[in-house]
Design a protein around this ligand. Structure first.
Ligand code: PLP
Length: 384
């Protein structure tokens, strides 16, 4: 049997997929027939330094040969240094390490509920999120996800969630009543079409939340780790979050999530309040630490420049109606079916993904100018 047949027979049928990928290096990847593709999706914003980056692979394999897994009953150097780096680079106070984006969001919402429970009692447990958001696929994060089409078969969902219209401050005000403990949001809604929030809206929302002691949880699972041209996107919005979640790009290709706690919530969890068997795994953390240390000002300004370049070139194509996003997280509204363009691009050797009706671009942050331009050339052929 072919790999594709085995995969389709034995894996749960939760994704539609076509290619069998066998090898990758940087921003290039090869399929089982030896066909080469330029990759503008990077494992959905995960491979920040592309496939099989040597420095990252060295850090990971050295750690795998030294101390692979310990459980959280012991301190280890990689987890300690990763938490230190995350804290020092953000001004947050502590990090909880877990294994995915949804877990980071779960952690943040648990922290918000506990903060409110300790301070105001049991009735103030509400979480407001935004319509069209995406926060994950566990029951809590699926409930938080403001897309009713995803809820249907899985109800009843969790109690205490409400959904506000993005960029509508009056709607948010009405929803932030005295039973709400947290406002959870993405600064650029990724899965629903790469739509950034207005800066004024975010500033006003942050002000209202501070006044009411409602915690601001920023889901930076997709926007974080340099993706938007700053380490975290909130730096570009000028407010202080209480909780920040990260995942995707943080591990450079291995599963990791992190929930960062600001000064208000630094001590909200005590021993036993939260946990994870694999969270903080030394091998994964060694890779993440290597990734984080290499996201410096030079790389970040290159991300901004490359993002601008890609955006300008996309806007020259007649089939592109608009381009939204920040840094190397872009979405293009196109004439016709975005999925058809994904197929056309694949035929020509370029991997793309969609976000709702848009084409979505999330290349590796270190994609070379040459490869970026080769990919753009293919885009220009199919989007003319
Ligand atoms: C991908 C994503 C998640 C979920 O992350 P997983 O690692 O798949 O659990 C949550 N929030 C946002 C904004 C995401 O893009």
């Amino acid at each position: 049997m072919s790999i594709k047949t085995i995969s389709e027979t034995y894996l749960a049928d939760t994704y539609s997929r076509n290619l069998v990928l066998t090898e990758g290096l940087g921003s290039e990847v090869w399929d089982e027939n030896g066909k080469r593709y330029i990759d503008f999706a990077a494992g959905i914003a995960v491979n920040v330094f592309g496939y099989s980056d040597t420095e990252w692979a060295d850090s990971v394999s050295r750690q795998a040969y030294t101390l692979s897994h310990t459980s959280n009953l012991y301190h280890t150097e990689p987890a300690a240094l990763l938490a230190e780096e995350l804290v020092k680079r953000t001004g947050m106070k502590r990090a909880f390490l877990c294994n995915s984006g949804l877990e980071a969001n779960e952690c943040a919402m648990k922290a918000a509920r506990k903060y409110s429970y300790d301070k105001y009692g049991a009735e103030r447990y509400g979480v407001v999120t935004l319509k069209n958001s995406f926060h994950g696929r566990s029951f809590a994060t699926l409930t938080a996800t403001g897309q009713p089409s995803m809820h249907g078969a899985f109800e009843p969902l969790l109690q205490g969630f409400d959904y506000a219209e993005p960029n509508d401050i009056d709607d948010l005000k009405a929803k932030l009543d005295d039973r709400v403990c947290a406002f959870l949001f993405e600064l650029v809604q990724g899965e629903s079409g790469v739509n950034p929030l207005d800066a004024d809206y975010v500033r006003e929302a942050a002000k209202i939340c501070k006044e009411k002691d409602i915690l601001l949880i920023v889901d930076e699972v997709q926007t974080g780790i340099g993706r938007t041209g700053t380490l975290f996107a909130y730096e570009q919005y000028g407010f202080e979050p209480d909780l920040v979640t990260a995942a995707k790009g943080l591990g450079g290709g291995l599963p990791i999530g992190a929930c960062l706690f600001g000064k208000n919530v630094e001590s909200v969890f005590s021993k036993g309040d939260h946990g994870s068997t694999f969270g903080g795994n030394p091998v994964v953390c060694a890779g993440a630490l290597n990734v984080l240390k290499r996201i410096d000002d030079r790389l970040l300004s290159a991300v901004k420049e490359k993002g601008e370049h890609l955006k300008e070139e996309l806007l020259k194509c007649s089939k592109v109606k608009s381009v939204t996003g920040l840094g190397l997280m872009l979405g293009a509204e196109v004439e016709g079916d975005a999925k058809e363009y994904v197929k056309l691009a694949e035929e020509k050797g370029l991997l793309l993904i969609t976000a709702k009706s848009k084409l979505r671009f999330l290349p590796a942050l270190n994609i070379s100018d040459v490869i970026l331009d080769s990919g753009i050339l293919i885009l220009k052929e199919i989007l003319k």
